[in-house]
Design a protein around this ligand. Structure first.
Ligand SMILES: [Zn+2]
Ligand SMILES: [Zn+2]
Length: 340
């Protein structure tokens, strides 16, 4: 079969590889209909390996039809159209028992550590797959996994209906966070970015106030948009150097800051200012499959989120030139979906 094999920095090859073996135990084999790519994939290509263990078939956001099932696969079966959560947890460790499967001591990700869905076929545990509602297209279902990551992030922020929320950086995962925060009832919902197209998308996804942050102080802009008080919840999704400190300054007294963006180096924060205002900082990682993936499918089914965030659908052979390179270069206008 044809697959996108990540071999190292600037080296992704579309090549022939063996099809997955007949599934054993609780595994299934899925014929992939759509696989989306994300910043993780382009970062691995541009300056990896970061998390990936090459050589590996990329692709952790995909939808397809189950074509073979192991004897213990019960969650889904042959003929089902499914999405996959991509994170494989052991089910045995303390974190798994506590329901925090994203923190599993033996966590592995399909498409980074084991072969993924940027291929004609992929193998997955049935237990992290979910049947797709008929009303949902493959193009839409392909982005269920990143939406689940955003829903988990908003859950971690403990945003409540009616609370103000500012999202810094609304490209990539940030756009999904805007959608998730809108669904959670953020009011007002404020989006900040340096790209007009992204801000336009954020408005479509439910941001009442969009702020072009070029040449502006992020914290001053958020304070102004919240009548000088700051936001109840500030979500930093840009990964830029100064954003965490700006986010803490822009949080309301007693408010919360959620760090989503991955920082390339340690950053300084004014802890005194946080302490005297009782501002909390928390972080988020991946998603909890059982909780977040069903909610992602429901949100995709009940809203026009997918068409709003999808840039284009490309062939597998065009993956690097029309998918990975535009993502790495910052010229992609939204989610890029691959039809293997
Ligand atoms: Zn992703
Ligand atoms: Zn575990």
């Amino acid at each position: 079969m044809r697959a996108a094999v990540y071999r190292g920095p600037r080296d992704i090859r579309i090549e022939s590889v063996p099809e997955p073996a007949d599934p054993r135990g609780g595994d299934v084999v899925i014929r992939v209909s759509r696989a989306a790519i994300c910043g993780t994939d382009s970062s691995e290509w541009a300056h990896g390996p970061l998390l990936a263990q090459p050589p590996v078939v990329l692709g952790h956001e995909f939808v397809g039809e189950v074509v073979a099932a192991g004897p213990e696969a019960t969650a889904v079966g042959v003929g089902d159209r499914v999405v996959c959560g991509a994170g494989i947890a052991c089910g045995q460790c303390d974190w798994c028992h506590a329901g925090r499967t994203n923190l599993c001591a033996h966590y592995r990700t399909i498409g980074l550590h084991v072969d993924g869905g940027l291929a004609e076929y992929v193998s997955s545990p049935a237990g992290i797959c979910l049947t797709v509602p008929h009303a949902l297209t493959d193009d839409a279902a392909a982005i269920a996994q990143p939406l689940a990551v955003a829903l988990h992030a908003v859950r971690r922020s403990r945003l409540r209906r009616g609370q103000s929320c500012a999202v810094i950086g609304v490209g990539g995962i940030g756009a999904f966070i805007v959608a998730a925060a809108a669904a959670a009832g953020a009011s007002p919902l404020i989006a900040l970015d340096i790209d007009e197209d992204r801000l336009a998308t954020a408005r479509t996804l439910g941001a009442a106030t969009v702020i072009d942050a070029r040449g502006r102080e992020l914290d001053a802009a958020i304070l102004k948009a919240t009548g000088g008080e700051g936001a109840d919840v500030v979500i930093e999704a840009s990964g830029t150097a100064g954003a965490p400190a700006a986010a803490t300054r822009a949080a309301r007294r007693g408010g919360r800051v959620l760090i989503v963006g991955l920082q390339a180096a340690p950053r300084e924060l004014d802890l005194l200012s946080l302490t005297v205002r009782e501002v909390e900082i928390s972080t988020t990682l991946a998603h909890v499959c059982d909780v977040d993936l069903p909610e992602a499918l429901e949100l995709l089914r009940s809203t026009e989120l997918a068409p709003a965030v999808t840039d284009r659908v490309i062939a597998l052979d065009a993956l690097v030139a029309e998918g990975i390179e535009p993502l790495a270069g910052g010229t992609a206008r939204g989610k890029i979906v691959v039809a293997p």
